[in-house]
Write a protein that binds this ligand. Sequence first.
Ligand SMILES: O=C(O)CCC(=O)C(=O)O
Length: 268
Amino acid sequence: MSNKRLTKEQQQSYHENGYLTGLPPVYDASGVTRLNTGIKEILALLEGDERPLEIREWHQNSTFLFDICMHPQILDYVEDLIGPDFFMWASSFFIKDPNSPDTVDWHQDSYYWPLTPPDSCTVWLAFSDSDEENGAMRVIPKSHKGGIIQHTQDADANSVLTLRCETAAYTEDTAVFMKLKAGQISIHDDKIIHGSLGNNSDRPRVGFTIRYSKTNVKCDLSVNPNFKTYHCRGVDQYKHNPVGPVPTVEYGRIWQDYRNVETKDAEG
Ligand SMILES: O=C(O)CCC(=O)C(=O)O
């Protein structure tokens, strides 16, 4: 067993509050340099007017991204939080350029995802330092305990999402910033209300999100026909979902219909 496993207190804190930060870095300084070299290669694969938000599930064809998603230290933490049997199924970048007004409005991931039951978590890996000034992610502690809340059409032109959580469901002044140094992660429950403000700094804010679910979770393929899973730990006694191809090239991409219910720039 690695010495980086979560303590009972950290596990309790995650289940009580719906998120976890303050973990030892997953990548040291040289690892962070490799991340930032790699992301340049990945961004160079975008074509025409494609935006970084459209880099979704490229771990299916990039060993650079796949290896991040399968990093043993990350999998250890996820195992300690959602249990021994789980798979990875999604990854994407949330990048805010210096002084970008882009926001991510308050939402619950599980509202968007066609997954039953809602038993998933997200690892948010900082490729750059992420703080209040450059638009770090914010979460509403304990809001994962309030069930799935109605979302409505998002009127905020700056929000990259299509929907926002009904405002009566949370009090914004309890929000906590996920302050991270490059190479660190936070982890959040799929039912926690979270979002982020614009980048008011001269520094970029680059986050890579990776989604993991317990093996009992089933995707409605009529909503997401591209859903592909990668077994991470334990056993999959259910075999509910399609299995994805293992990538063979370091920097590859996938071509698929990116239209989805989440992000505005991905609308057709
Ligand atoms: O990076 C952000 O600001 C938001 C990320 C997010 O919404 C998520 O990880 O589900």
